[in-house]
Design a protein around this ligand. Structure first.
Ligand code: FES
Length: 354
């Protein structure tokens, strides 16, 4: 292979091999359409601008979505749409910047390979001057100075992309949780409730989750755990939100081993006791029951609650007992809730009166 056959050349056929060095094996440069045709270069530039424009619109769309779907009411639809719009805005915004930059580099920036002989680690003055000159050349070859539209599109896309982080972050600063909504659950008594779902039109019957079947005390055997919901909750338009607050577990133990808190002596029925299923640590469902120790376990961080002793915490990071639901049975033996919880359900870091 001769030296001539390995020559690296510029677009005009000029030799780019540094003086005194042979070509180390680089392929001859193959000009792209954008190198030889001003129209091709213009078209590539328009494509890059188009991609950056998509990135800009996606970022703006994410911010608009954040304001269009406020989370004040904790509506599930709003939560989903807000998450979708912010996620899509952020993802497409960033992806657009990446794709646009790659397309720009591949189609418009100088793609000629260059070789550079090794130099001593400490460069002499002329070499540093040469490096500076090469840097200037690189900037000039990127043609950024002569493409203000492209420069502006990239600058705007990069500048506004962080807004999808910052706007939700700043928008969600401050403000307290509305603890009142965690104190009211679907177990609260009502006036003139549907007799199918409410005992005496007032007290909510207890149904098995997920079959929605009304539960009799005789259905629960000793040592059993049953996951329950308020009767008719499936018809609630805000079902998922209400379910997240009203999920309850029923456990039956020997009535003799229950140590009720003062004032809660009649909150159980023949050893059947009801507790909120929402862990008071950070809200995972407490779903594991140890029959021999009568302990309820939260699978997330192993908080453990004593069923026989008002579900007080016996192990783990939770800081307060599971709220207890007062229950009773009607003449036919169906279980119902005598009242709502008397404290907020869920994690204990929310502001509470007690
Ligand atoms: S959420 Fe239950 S222990 Fe952490």
């Amino acid at each position: 292979m001769t030296k001539d056959s390995l020559q690296t050349t510029d677009a005009d056929g000029g030799d780019l091999t540094p003086p005194g060095f042979s070509n180390p094996g680089m392929e001859p440069h193959r000009p792209r359409l954008s190198d030889t045709s001003p129209r091709g270069a213009k078209r590539a530039e328009r494509q890059v601008v188009f991609i950056f424009t998509i990135s800009i619109l996606a970022t703006i769309g994410g911010i608009v979505g954040y304001f269009a779907f406020p989370l004040d009411g904790v509506k599930l639809f709003n939560v989903r749409m807000s998450t979708l719009s912010i996620g899509a805005g952020l993802g497409i915004g960033m992806l657009g910047i990446g794709i646009g930059a790659i397309h720009w580099a591949k189609s418009l920036m100088d793609d000629r390979e260059k070789s550079e002989p090794r130099h001593p680690m400490v460069s002499d003055k002329p070499t540093r001057a040469e490096a500076l000159e090469m840097l200037r050349e690189g900037i000039s070859e990127s043609k950024i100075a002569r493409r203000p539209l492209l420069k502006g599109a990239l600058g705007t896309a990069v500048a506004i992309a962080p807004l999808t982080f910052l706007v939700p972050l700043i928008g969600n600063l401050g403000g307290d949780w509305d603890v009142e909504k965690f104190k009211r659950t679907a177990w609260r008594p009502v006036e003139n409730g549907n007799p199918e779902h409410y005992h005496e039109g007032k007290y909510r019957y207890i149904t098995v989750d997920p079959s929605n079947r009304k539960l009799k005390a005789s259905d629960i055997t000793n040592g059993n755990i049953v996951h329950v919901l308020p009767a008719g909750l499936h018809d609630d338009p805000d079902f998922l939100t209400e379910k997240a607050k009203a999920a309850v577990i029923l456990v039956r133990v020997d009535p003799e081993i229950i140590t009720p808190l003062p004032g809660r002596e009649d909150w159980t029925y023949e050893g059947i006791i009801a507790y909120s299923k929402i862990c008071t640590h950070v809200g995972c469902p407490v779903a594991l029951y140890e029959r021999t120790t009568h302990h309820l376990l939260c699978p997330c961080h192993q908080s453990t609650f004593d069923v026989t002793d008002h579900a007080k915490v016996v192990f783990g990071p939770a800081k307060r007992a599971l709220p207890q639901l007062p229950i009773a049975v009607d003449d036919e033996g169906y279980l119902y809730a005598m009242d709502d919880f008397d404290e907020a359900v869920g994690p204990s870091f929310w502001e509470r009166e007690r």
